[in-house]
Every structure is written in structure tokens, then in C-alpha cells.
Write a new protein. Sequence first.
Length: 425
Amino acid sequence: MNSNNQQRGHLSVADAQAEVLRHADRRTVETVTLERALGRVLVEDIRSNRDQPPYDVSAMDGFAVRAADLATAPTALTVIEDIQAGDMPKQTVGAGQCARIMTGAPVPRGADAVIRVEDTRPLADGRIEFQKSVKTGNDIRKLGESLRNGQTVLTAGSEVTPGVIGVLATVKAAQMAVFGRPSVAILATGNELEALDEPLDPYKIPNSNSYALMGQVQALGIEPTLLGIARDDPEELARYLRRGLDHEHFDVLLVSGGSSVGVHDHVRPTLEALGVTMRFWRVEMRPGHPVAFGTTVDGGLVFGLPGNPVSSMVCFEQFVLPALRQMMGHRRLFRRTVEARLAHPVKIRPGRTEFVRVVLERDAHGYVARSTGTQSSGVLLSMAVADGLLVVPGASEGFAEGDVAAVQLLDGTTFQNDAGFEGRL
Ligand code: AMP
Ligand code: MG
């Protein structure tokens, strides 16, 4: 971004994302137990406090042998001991001998390989016959093969997944430092809005944005606070905004509606009057052009999201989601993108990055994307049934049927470390 003019009028999605991420740096640290750690991000490296396995163990149910004894197969060996998982072997395996051994049991002294039971046959005299010769080390898990005492097993910034929880339990990390979750407030604005608990008035517009945004925030593991609906009146709006900007309570304020340039769109001037520095208020995207972003002196973030229900959700995906993930300590900030073939042509008016709601199916060649139908930014159902957002670069006029393009997935819990599309003008 090289001029103020660019900030105001012609900011690309990519530049707007970078601007948001530059300011999304408020982070807290807390301690959680392993039971509550799923989805959190580790603040510190985690080291192993033990060797795992703690000794050479068998990887199979079978027999511990001396590989040299089997050089001339078939061979019969005498069983000197039975070793179960949890047992310590009492004897050393000598020439012509073997030990019956279970998976996870320590390999006895003298033995240097394990033969699985399926490759053996008991003889009438009690000895065991081995059909084939074997390489030293066969089916033995070596001491420290999965973890070494003192080794860094997880690095700071790792997300706690079910696999990570298993590793943490292995090294007996019953509690650990993780990044806190930012607190988020959501405010709807508009005289025309009807609250969820108000009786149905056919001439009003139901406040859906507060709830769709709530769901988007909850999907990231954060429980937001709904501040209600402010009327399009500067004083009432200021009262509500002041609550949302209170840094003791909230790190991030999402304001729905009132950010465009109509005479009753008071959000931007009121935020400025309350001391918010506006960083941008338009992005070259469709839907979502009138999206605003500002910061408070305490490092709080304010997003002015467009009132149109689809625009509100699309802007959340592009700007709010990466900001919240960064504040939660994640390294992967963006929704996963996949390449998909288009089932039909997609035409756009060039100039703005366009996000088209699509349904994805798979065929033998990969993903196929199909529009959910009308792309009007007021039609929320098109968002409700969408699997993803097809990204159409603003520099293009769209795509032909069969073209391959990036689709940002809306569902799922997987994220990636860059936006996965150009988003440039
Ligand atoms: P605005 O951004 O305030 O100009 O609103 C643009 C459009 O979005 C208008 O048609 C509004 O009625 C609609 N809208 C604004 N806020 C909400 C909301 N909270 N829920 C549903 N629709 C809304
Ligand atoms: Mg409005």
C-alpha cells in the first residue's frame, strides 16, 4: 500500500488482509489442563521427559531369536521363557534358544531379532520350527525410537490436535501454557432491524447478521457477546459503540451495517469521534466493498462489516477470521483453498476480486464447483448451502466452463498459512 488514496479507495483484498494482520497483535497466555487443551495453541516448546520406548521392544507377537541361529533355515529352537508386555526378561537367549514374546514386551539379552508367530510352527517335541532366516533387528522397536529424553517433541505455535494431545500425555504434560482467546463483541445497527425476541413485524428486517457472525466466531472456539441492535442515531450508536470498545471487556468489536456512505450511516464518523483510527473503509471486492477496519489506542480492533448478510459473512471470512486466529497464536491463519474445475462459465465485472458461493462435488478428476444460484448479497440462503467461495480475480473477466480456480472452503477445521489466491488488483 503506497498512498493514502490507495488505502481509502482501491485497497486490494490481499493488502487489506495484511493491514489487519499488522494490527492484530493483542495476545494473552493462560494455563489449561490437557482435558481442556484441544484447539489451543502452545506458547512454549514441549520436551520429552523420557525415552520411548524405554528399552528395545517386540513389534509383534512371536519369538525373540539370535539371527545367526537362523542362517540355515528351517531351524528348530528351544523356548526358554515367555515374556509378556510389562514383564522384564529373566534369562539370556543362547545358541539354539529362543523366547516367546508379546508385542510391546522387552527383547531379552542375547536375542537380536523377532519372528512373528505366523512364520513359525510348533514341533511335537515342544521346540519351535522357523521356516526362513531373518535380518538382525527384524520387528524390534529400538529404545528411544519414537521419543528421546530431552528432545523437543512439539514447538511453540503448534495447534493442539488429538494427535498432539496424545504426545502431551506421553510426556506427562498434564497442563500447559496456551494462548488465550480474544473476547469479541457483536453489534447490529439499523432502524429497520427486528430483534430475534421481538414479535414478527412484516415491514421489518430480521437481525440475522448478529447470529451468523456469532456462529462464525463460535466456530473458532470463541464465545462472543451480542450487544444488541443500535438505531441509526449518532447518540444511541455512540452509547453502544462505547461498550464494545471498552478494552477491559473486548479485544475485537464487530459492527454490522451502517458503514457505507448513506446519510444515516453513522458508524465511521462515530467511531472516529470515539478515538478509533480508521485504517481502511473500502476494499476492492464483491460482495463486501464497504468494509471498514480501525484500531483503538489500546490495540483493540473494530471491523465495520457491510449490512448485507452475505457481504457480512464474506468479509468475516477474509478479514476477521485471520485476525482472530493470529490473536489465538495460530500459524495457519487462512481457510484452506482447493483447486476446482468450474461446471459452468462465471462472468464478472472486472475490477474487484469476486467471491462466488459454490457447492463442491468430486469426480474422477477432482473437485467440481457449481454456483449455488443467485449471487445477490442479500440472499443468505446461497451462503447457507455453500461449501466454499470461488475466488475470481478482479483483473479477469471471469472463467470459462472447465477452467480451474481456487475455492476457499467454508467448512472444516483445516487452515493454511497463506490466503491461497491472489486477491490483487
Ligand atoms: P447497511 O450496511 O446498514 O446499509 O445495510 C445494508 C443492507 O443490509 C440493508 O438492506 C439492511 O437492511 C441489511 N442489514 C443490515 N443489518 C442487518 C442485520 N443485522 N441483519 C440482516 N440484515 C441486515
Ligand atoms: Mg443500515
